[in-house]
Design a protein around this ligand. Structure first.
Ligand SMILES: NC(=O)c1ccc[n+]([C@@H]2O[C@H](COP(=O)([O-])OP(=O)(O)OC[C@H]3O[C@@H](n4cnc5c(N)ncnc54)[C@H](OP(=O)(O)O)[C@@H]3O)[C@@H](O)[C@H]2O)c1
Length: 431
C-alpha cells in the first residue's frame, strides 16, 4: 500500500517545465509504484498566467512563486532559469523543508555553495542532474557510482548549439557566420547566441562537472573560457586534412603533478577515431577517465524539453524515495580542496597553421623557433602554392606559456607571413 501523497511544486512552465508537468501527470501510476507514494503536482509558477500552456491544467498555474513555495511542498522543482529570483526562491523552499531539484547550471556554477549549505542546514536534498548534458545520466555516476574511484580527467561536448555549428562547418565546408544563421533559423541557436558560442554555457557545466569529479569547489569564474567565434573554415579544413575534427570541449583535469585542477573550455582538434569526434549535431557526450575504471563515455541528448525533463523526473523520484524512506541523498563533497590552477599550466598538444614564404631555409627557421622555446614538433605538413606555402605544425605536449612564446617568435620571423591559426589538440593517445 502506498504512503500519503508527496506534493511537488514546479517553478517554471516553459520548455522544460511543461514537459516535467506532462510526465508527472501522464506517468503518475508508474511514478507512484516506483516511489511508494503518489506524486501530486500542486502548482506551476510562471510569469504570464495568460499564456496558453498545453498539458498543464490551468487551475495549477500561478504567478506567485513565493506563495506556491510557502505551501511547503515535499519537492520543489526549479526550471525558471537565471540567478534571481531562482536563488531566493530555492532558499525559501529549503527553509520551508522542501527538497529541491534544479536544472539551473548558471546558478549552480555561480553560487552552488550557498545552495548546498542551505540544503545541509535544512536537512533536505539538492539534485541537479539536468543542469549538465540534459538527459544524459552523468552527474549521478560521477557523484555516486564513481565515488570509490579517482577521476583523472573529464572531457566533453556539453553544448549542443556549438556542436551543431561545428558539425555543419565540418560537413559542408561552410563559414561560421553562415552556419550560425542557419542554426538560428532552425531554432538550434538563440537570437543572442553569446552564452553558447562564447563558451559561457559550457563553462558553467564544466565548473559543475569539475566540482563533482574532483571533490573541490569550482565556480564559473575559475573556468578558462574561449568560444568558437574565431574558428575559421580554414581551421576546419586543416583539421580535416590531418584526420581531425574541431569540437568545443569542456575539460576538467588534475594538474600534471596532481596538486591542483585545471578547468577549461575551448575549441580543440580531436582525432577522427576518438569517440567524441563522432558526436554530431546537437548531441552531447562526456568522456571520463578514472584511475580504476579506465575510460567511459556518456552520450545522448543534451537539451530539449522532454530529454531534460527525463533527468528532472529521475531526480524527483530519487528525492521522493528519500522522503518515503526517511533518508537523504549525498550533499556537497569538497573535502579535497584542490587549488584551481590557470590554463597556462595545462600541458596540451597544439596545431599551428602558418602562411610562410616558399624559399630554402624557411622550414629550418621555423623548427628553430619551436626548439628555442622547448616545444617539440610531432608532425609538419606543407602545401606549396606559388610564392606562398602553407605549413601546418602539430606539437608534442607543451605548456600554454611555451606555445605563446613560440608563436610570438614565429610572428617576428621574415619567413612567416602570417600565423593563420593556433588550436589545442585533445584526445590523442597519450595526450
Ligand atoms: N531548454 C533546455 O533544453 C534546457 C536543458 C538543460 C537545462 N535547462 C535549464 O532549465 C531551466 C529552464 O529552461 P527552459 O528552456 O525551460 O526556459 P524557458 O522555456 O524560458 O522557461 C522558463 C519558465 O520559467 C518561468 N519564469 C521565468 N522567470 C520567472 C519568474 N521570475 N517568476 C515566475 N516564473 C518565471 C517562465 O514563465 P513564462 O512562461 O510566463 O515566461 C517560463 O515558464 C534553465 O535553468 C535552463 O538553463 C534547459
Amino acid at each position: 500500500m502506498s504512503a500519503a501523497p508527496l506534493t511537488v511544486a514546479l517553478l517554471g512552465g516553459g520548455t522544460v517545465g511543461a514537459q516535467v508537468a506532462r510526465l508527472l501527470l501522464e506517468q503518475s501510476a508508474d511514478l507512484e509504484a516506483r516511489v511508494g507514494a503518489p506524486l501530486q503536482l500542486v502548482g506551476v509558477a510562471v510569469r504570464d498566467t495568460a499564456k496558453p500552456r498545453e498539458g498543464i491544467p490551468s487551475d495549477l498555474i500561478t504567478d506567485d512563486a513565493a506563495e506556491l513555495i510557502s505551501r511547503g511542498s515535499d519537492i520543489v522543482v526549479e526550471v525558471m532559469g537565471g540567478i534571481e529570483p531562482a536563488r531566493s526562491l530555492i532558499l525559501q523552499a529549503m527553509a520551508a523543508g522542501s527538497s529541491v531539484i534544479t536544472a539551473n547550471k548558471a546558478l549552480l556554477a555561480a553560487d552552488g555553495a550557498t545552495l548546498y549549505q542551505a540544503a545541509e542546514e535544512s536537512g533536505v536534498d539538492l539534485y541537479f542532474e539536468a543542469s549538465v548534458a540534459g538527459a544524459i545520466p552523468l552527474l549521478r555516476p560521477l557523484r555516486e557510482s564513481l565515488a570509490g574511484d579517482r577521476v583523472m580527467k573529464v572531457l566533453g561536448i556539453v553544448n549542443g548549439t556549438t556542436n551543431f555549428i561545428l558539425s555543419k562547418m565540418d560537413e559542408e565546408g561552410a563559414d561560421y557566420a553562415d552556419v550560425l544563421a542557419q542554426a538560428q533559423e532552425l531554432g538550434y541557436a538563440e537570437a543572442d547566441p553569446t552564452a553558447d558560442v562564447g563558451g559561457l554555457d559550457a563553462a558553467a557545466k564544466a565548473a559543475i562537472l569539475a566540482e563533482l569529479a574532483f571533490h573541490t569547489r569550482v565556480t564559473f569564474d575559475d573556468v578558462s573560457c574561449e568560444g568558437i567565434t574565431d574558428v575559421t573554415s580554414a581551421d576546419v579544413e586543416a583539421a580535416r586534412a590531418m584526420g581531425f575534427v574541431i569540437k568545443l570541449l569542456a575539460v576538467a583535469e588534475r594538474t600534471p603533478d596532481g596538486s591542483g585542477v585545471i578547468v577549461r573550455v575551448h575549441p580543440a582538434m580531436v582525432p577522427r577515431d576518438h569517440p567524441l569526434a563522432s558526436v554530431r549535431d546537437a548531441f552531447n557526450a562526456v568522456f571520463v577517465e578514472a584511475e580504476a575504471a579506465g575510460e567511459m563515455m556518456f552520450y545522448g541528448r543534451g537539451a530539449g524539453g522532454a530529454p531534460t525533463a527525463s533527468a528532472v523526473l529521475g531526480d524527483v523520484v530519487a528525492a521522493a524515495r528519500n522522503r518515503v524512506s526517511g533518508g537523504r541523498g549525498p550533499g556537497e563533497s569538497t573535502y579535497a580542496d584542490l587549488p584551481v590552477r590557470p590554463i597556462s599550466e595545462a600541458l596540451t598538444r597544439y596545431y599551428v597553421n602558418l602562411d610562410v614564404a616558399d624559399r630554402p631555409g624557411v622550414l629550418a627557421a621555423i623548427a628553430n623557433a619551436f626548439a628555442a622555446n622547448g616545444v617539440s614538433i610531432q608532425v609538419v605538413r606543407q602545401d606549396g602554392h606559388g610564392d606562398d606555402a602553407g605549413l601546418v605544425v602539430r606539437t608534442h605536449l607543451a605548456s600554454d606559456g611555451a606555445l605563446s612564446r613560440t608563436v610570438d617568435e614565429l610572428r617576428s620571423l621574415d619567413a612567416v607571413k602570417e600565423v593563420l591559426g593556433v588550436m589545442r589538440v585533445e584526445g590523442e593517445a597519450g595526450a
